[in-house]
Design a protein around this ligand. Structure first.
Ligand code: HEM
Length: 524
């Protein structure tokens, strides 16, 4: 807290008295400084800065858990934050329901408790999502993800229809065609390889085809899939205030801008197809433009009716679609890595999935995917849900306190602090998920309310709840079933396979070494 010594609250007397006192004080300080050597001035400045830093930390920390003193003066655990370790996060969660650190001047409060995490997610009066500074430059300041409160809720209402059951049904044939192509590619590899990059490419291609259909060319898909990692790599906690050519942030922004340009052109083509050729929606863009058309027609019939979906420009569409890619790419790649690693390590789980896959298709493996079929895959879906619990891709979500936030009766998060609800501890709560460090898909066959709601923070909760959550479950249930039915997955385990690497989301530390072999889907 800074104290203004010239403020009326601080000294009694009128404006004239204020000037006299502050002049006197300034003179005393100047006299004191001029009697010191430069070395003494520098040492005094450092001592004052370090003391201020410690006092500020102690005041903000209050009663919650955290190091007794800020061990590294000024920078705090900044170096650790550049290379985050899962074990360090875990130690923080174990240290208390609320704990804290101070990195430079940024005070960070971490909630590990389920109820406190939910409270933070749902307190939009006090908090808003917090992104690293460079995200605003890369995603553009006009992007909807930076809206807050009512403006955010209203905008989001226009996007909900893109992930309704009806819309999801439309995307399945496109997804299946692309899943098949990648399955062939994986089966053709003649030796084991790291599947972390393979899955990143697969998920990028699936997302791009779902979002843009055939308006995006195969070359554009390949180029975006190849380069997208530069966007993730650019999102560092601390960046230089301006973007310097040929640095990580420069490449990140370049790729984002080029990708948004591609999306803008796709949106123009989709408008032509839906509006001028009366086409049937086949991808997210089509569905969005179709919903706009429907809303327009409804309003022309009934001018008094409120527009359900307003008109979005091609540029706006391109920015929103980019946020979908941004939100999905790392989390979905993380889920793919854990899901296929876990499945290949557990032949009993694979056998049950295969049995179910044949049953729902009446023993005809050529039956194409549909929403109806996927909804019948109860066990396969349980495997996906258990993976999302056991290895949740997003382990915590940073928010920022817009004002002092009384998070408990005894502790108030100071305005401006980062406040982070954690996802992982709620999903490893032994009272709700007994034996939480074991992978037990069957637990989902008789799920309790707490399992599916109060503790289920995998996709967040509250006004920013993940827009793609139902799509994720549908896509991965369909894909796991199909891949396991058609391939034998061999995992080359290393001593790092079970260790967790944090790279925006979480991945097996050895990048998952696998090989895939073709199998006869009806084989016993
Ligand atoms: C395994 C995959 C995924 C996981 C684990 C995941 C998880 C999350 C989480 C934890 C949040 C923050 C929620 C909050 O603050 O309450 C989020 C937000 C979001 N997700 Fe996902 N997500 C996944 C995939 C996707 C996909 C595929 C899409 C789009 C197609 C998507 C779109 C979004 C969007 C747009 C937001 C921001 C919503 C808003 O601010 O209103 N996500 N996701």
């Amino acid at each position: 807290m800074s104290v203004n010594v010239t403020s009326p609250e601080y000294i009694a007397g009128g404006p004239a008295a204020e000037v006299v006192v502050s002049n006197g004080l300034v003179n005393t300080v100047i006299q004191f400084l001029s009697s010191m050597s430069w070395l003494q001035v520098v040492v005094t400045a450092i001592v004052l800065a370090v003391s201020y830093d410690q006092v500020s930390y102690q005041l903000q920390k209050g009663s919650i858990a955290g190091p007794k003193y800020k061990i590294w003066p000024i920078i705090g655990p900044f170096l650790e934050s550049l290379d985050p370790k899962f074990e360090e996060y875990k130690a923080k969660w174990d240290s208390g329901k609320l704990s804290c650190v101070l990195i430079f001047h940024k005070f960070v409060v971490i909630a590990s408790d389920r109820d406190l995490s939910r409270k933070i997610f749902q307190s939009s009066k006090y908090v808003k999502p917090c992104v690293v500074d460079v995200a605003v430059k890369i995603l553009r300041p006009s992007n909807w993800v930076f809206l807050d409160g009512k403006a955010h809720t209203d905008y989001r209402r226009g996007l909900n229809g893109l992930f309704s059951q009806k819309a999801l049904e439309i995307y399945i044939p496109v997804l299946e065609k692309n899943m098949d192509q990648y399955l062939e590619k994986f089966l053709e590899y003649d030796s084991p390889r790291e599947f972390f990059p393979e899955f990143r490419e697969l998920l990028c291609a699936l997302s791009l085809r779902t979002f843009c259909g055939d308006y995006i060319t195969q070359e554009q898909v390949a180029e975006i899939a190849d380069n997208y990692y530069r966007v993730t790599a650019a999102m560092e906690l601390v960046n230089f205030p301006i973007i310097i050519p040929y640095t990580k942030t420069w490449y990140g922004k370049k790729i984002a801008d080029e990708t948004m340009k591609v999306f803008e052109k796709c949106a123009a083509k989709s408008k032509q197809y839906i509006n001028e050729q009366n086409g049937k929606p086949q991808c997210v863009m089509d569905e969005w433009i179709y919903l706009m058309k429907q809303a327009r027609e409804q309003q022309s019939e009934d001018p008094e009716s409120k527009l359900l979906v307003r008109e979005f420009s091609n540029k706006e569409i391109s920015e929103v679609i980019f946020t979908f890619l941004f939100a999905s790419q790392d989390a979905s790649s993380s889920l793919a890595c854990w899901l296929f690693q876990i499945a290949s390590d557990r032949p009993d789980v694979v056998a049950k999935i295969r049995k179910e896959q044949l049953e729902v298709r009446n023993n005809d493996p050529s039956v194409p995917l549909s929403l109806d079929l996927i909804n019948k895959m109860t066990y396969t879906n349980a495997v996906v849900k258990e993976t999302l619990r056991y290895r949740p891709p997003v382990i915590m979500v940073p928010y920022m306190a817009k004002q002092n936030f009384p998070v408990t009766d005894s502790y108030t998060v100071p305005k401006g602090a980062m406040v982070i609800p954690s996802v992982y501890p709620a999903l490893h709560d032994p009272e709700v998920y007994p034996d939480p460090d074991s992978f037990i898909p069957d637990r989902w066959l008789n799920a309790t309310t707490d399992m599916e709601t109060r503790n289920w923070l995998t996709f967040g909760t509250g006004p920013h709840l993940c827009l793609g959550r139902i799509y994720v479950l549908m896509l991965f249930t369909g894909m796991l079933g199909k891949y396991v039915l058609n391939a034998d997955l061999v995992h080359h385990k290393t001593e790092l396979s079970e260790d967790i690497k944090v790279f925006a989301t979480i991945f097996p530390k050895d990048d998952l070494i696998m090989e895939w072999h073709r199998r006869e889907p009806t084989a016993a």
